[in-house]
Design a protein around this ligand. Sequence first.
Ligand code: BGC
Length: 470
Amino acid sequence: MKYSDQPDQPIVESPSSITRRDLLRAASMAVAAGAIGGKSLAHASNSQPAPAATASAVPGKPHPFPDKFLWGCATAGHQVEGNNTSSDLWTIEHLPESMFKEPSGDACDHYHLYPQDISMLADLGFNTYRFSLEWSRIEPEEGFFSNAELDHYRRMLSTCREHNLTTLLTFSHFSMPRWFAYKGGWQNPAAPDLYARFCEKATKHLGDLINYASTFNEPDIPQLLNWILLPGNGDTSITAMFQKTLSKVRQQLNAPDFASFFIGDSNRIREGLIAAHNKGREAMKSVRSDMPVGFNLAMLDDQPAPTDSHVAEKRADVYGPWLDLAKKCDYLGVQTYSRAIVGKRDLPPANGAEVTQVGWEYYPECVEHVVRYASKETGVPIIVTENGIATLDDTRRIEYVQRALTGLQHAIDDGVDVRGYVAWSLLDNFEWMSGFTPKFGIVAVDLATQKRTIKPSAAFLGNIARRNSL
Ligand code: BGC
């Protein structure tokens, strides 16, 4: 047990060899440490009444979330596993003048440390773990499927089961096998069949341990980023900027057809992803027809600018096709972090607005608004599969979570069918092009020693999970 050098921000260290009992004690200490401004925002024990600081709580009357509500944390393979060397992104990260701030390297070495990370998650009070498969480990060369790597993911799923955790398994979270990217990634006409074959193999090997499967993480990102302009670059959107790097990357790799999730023609990528979702889902269902299958959609809380707003156009462009597909799914995963004021494109946050480490407006109310919208549009059960903020100030994260959940509860009280809330992220991890700088984790990671440090927000949210109530 060790406190940080910031007196107002005590944190608790969790060495690699931490025991279950140490961890529980640490969590309680961190909760006590999470008291802000003299008001304790969390309680260490299940039996405590809801905290006074909770807006929707009636004193003495806990206001529970629905029965069997899923409370979890999420990670993604490439962001935490480390040494994902057969993937497209590993290749791009190591190019001269790479668009990545730094390479993913060992990341959080979750590939080896998953037993302690999963046990920590359960000990904190969560009942759900969302993580992803790395297709490039399972099929590192076209047509070669590694049983050893499939067994690795089987062990991860079994570990979850041992800890009574519900598993949300994403089959594809942005990264792809290098060979697949060399053939054009999602732009390759053969991509849907190649992906479906992978889905079938993986479901055969792992299906009995999967509670919820997802074909894709945020397949709408290329379109969503098209609405966000690069500051100081006129009308250039982030997607357009990515597209511009395509020819350079192809040249550097001497790979004329190379395309990845981010770098390519966004319209062709979408076509490929939609076909791959349909075929992948079919393949999964052919093995386990009763396995719930959906996908995870990136959604901003889009609000109209006072003049010349294109909100309806944006929604139709970015979410439209996916919301239609979701109607045929068993559930929809909704991932939201902030709002966008939509004019001709998304406007930058207003002057003076609080923004997080990655420049997004601090706006936890997005959760309530987005689940209401997604549920109304699709009619299927909703799971919030990602929400959180990047910050160095964990007290801001605690307030964010509290406000996000208060809003979520209002939506549930109004009858919106929400089955769970999964925080992004369990660990401070590799935030794609931004490298390791943004801190989205409720648990910190020392990249040199791989030591985990539980932040007060982890205990705060874990205790809400345990109580099933704010
Ligand atoms: C992605 C995560 C990412 C997070 C924060 C989501 O877009 O699914 O992989 O780290 O947001 O940027």
